[in-house]
Design a protein around this ligand. Structure first.
Ligand code: CAA
Length: 394
């Protein structure tokens, strides 16, 4: 069953951080053989936020080019997906709404379910467009992945935001029905409210992810979805890029195929280019996979792409999207490469200093050091309030 209503991703833009830590610096520090990082988990470097960056500044930076290109007129909803929330009550999206000068006649909300949140946001946006096809929804997925220093998760850190404009007659990717769904109550990865860094049972998390892959596929098939060999590529959630290969190998085997390494590379390889150098951006990760695929593949017009969104805890969804003819004219390939290339390398000592930073909880005036050169910055925490500044106009 494939819906003939054309709703999907009209524009996509991402932003990442001011700084980058190459995995060679981490390996030099902890004595790990670099092959474990470069080959074993498939990571080259990780984005590290400056002291004056957070999910809001990244989210605003990702969305600003979309506003510059399309204006604000048809946007009546902003959905901000994150698991790195900065406030228990106020949506990070309200700060972004203000920084971008969006109309007051807008609803703004924050969504959370680990790395699955952006997919929930995308599906909710599609529902709103079904009700009112003129509306466009701004979906922002923004996360900072943080584990304890010297823990097994440390080399899988990263940070980025992806902004997507969702609407009817999309220019990039049309999202199809049905979806394959799966929820299971597991403690593979979580972050209690009193902790900055996530807790994780690494091997359990990989097992839970693979179980979610086969379970969503089973439901997708039962709902009347496409057959496996119709897909040209697969955008998996990539906590580290090797995980996408593990997941797809598992899916092939579940469907009774032998693992054909060339087929695996064709299906996954092009989706890993950004995540390999940015690291885990949690809920943004699968959509960074899509950005990498669209930016690098030869013409994919009309070709089905599979999406597997996994959020620990856990909720997962498999769905399909089809690239729209002419989509290449709407890509932001040069800007995406620039977002990666402009990052400044950190040495290991500076990285650890940034990792250890947190705001005092005393309600005082705590300005941040001016480190980022981006369009938006977190200037201070003053009287328990986050103060943002912008150097961007549209
Ligand atoms: N050269 C090449 N490969 C090497 C190597 C070398 N010198 N040394 C080791 N390797 C390989 C290992 O063989 C292994 O490969 P396989 O998985 O294919 O067997 C790989 O490198 C990793 O080695 P280990 O399993 O020994 O690594 P580890 O125990 O230190 O931790 C990890 C790996 C569990 C992924 C850890 O980084 C972690 O806990 N990460 C955070 C959790 C996570 O990302 N989970 C993913 C699923 S959950 C999810 O997707 C949600 C989310 O975003 C968190």
């Amino acid at each position: 069953m494939v819906s003939d209503r054309a709703i999907g991703i009209h524009d996509l833009s991402f932003a990442t951080t001011e700084f980058v830590l190459p995995h060679t610096a981490l390996a030099d520090h902890n004595g790990t053989e670099i092959g474990k990082y470069h080959v074993g988990i498939g990571q080259q470097s990780m984005s590290v936020p400056a002291a004056d960056e957070d999910i809001v500044t990244m989210g605003a930076a990702a969305a600003a080019p979309i506003i510059a290109r399309h204006g604000t007129d048809r946007i009546r909803t902003v959905v901000f997906a994150t698991e790195s929330s900065i406030d228990q009550a106020k949506s990070a999206g309200v700060y972004v709404h203000s920084l971008l000068g969006l109309p007051s006649a807008t609803r703004v909300v924050e969504l959370k379910q680990a790395c699955y949140g952006a997919t929930a946001a995308l599906q909710f946006a599609i529902g709103l467009v079904l009700r009112d096809p003129v509306q466009r929804i701004l979906v922002i997925a923004s996360d900072i992945s943080k584990y304890d220093l010297d823990s097994p998760g440390e080399p899988t850190q990263g940070a980025a935001a992806v902004a997507m404009l969702v609407g009817s007659d999309p220019s990039l990717v049309r999202i199809e029905e049905p979806s394959g769904l799966f929820t299971a109550d597991v403690m593979d990865f979580w972050r209690p409210n009193y902790r900055d860094a996530a807790l994780v049972d690494g091997q359990e998390s990989i097992t839970a992810y693979l179980h979610a892959v086969e379970s969503t596929w089973k439901d997708y098939t039962e709902q009347g979805g496409r057959s496996l060999d119709e897909f040209t590529a697969f955008c998996y959630h990539q906590p580290f890029t090797k995980m996408a290969y593990k997941a797809h190998r598992h899916l092939l085997n579940t469907c009774g195929y032998d693992t054909d390494e060339a087929w695996l590379e064709r299906a996954i390889g092009r989706t890993t280019a950004y995540n390999r150098v940015i690291g885990n951006s949690y809920t943004a990760s699968a959509y960074l996979g899509l950005a990498a695929l669209l930016d690098q593949a030869d013409d994919l017009a009309g070709r089905p792409i599979g999406f597997l969104s996994y959020g620990s805890g856990s909720v997962a969804e498999f769905f399909a999207g089809t690239t729209v003819p002419g989509y290449r004219e709407h890509l932001r390939t040069a800007a995406h490469q620039e977002a990666i290339d402009r990052r400044r390398p950190l040495d290991h000592t500076a990285y650890r200093e940034l990792h250890g930073r947190s705001f005092p909880a005393d309600g005082g005036d705590h300005p941040t050091p001016s480190q980022t050169t981006g369009h938006f910055r977190l200037a201070a925490l003053r009287g328990h309030k986050r103060i943002y500044e912008k150097r961007w106009t549209h």
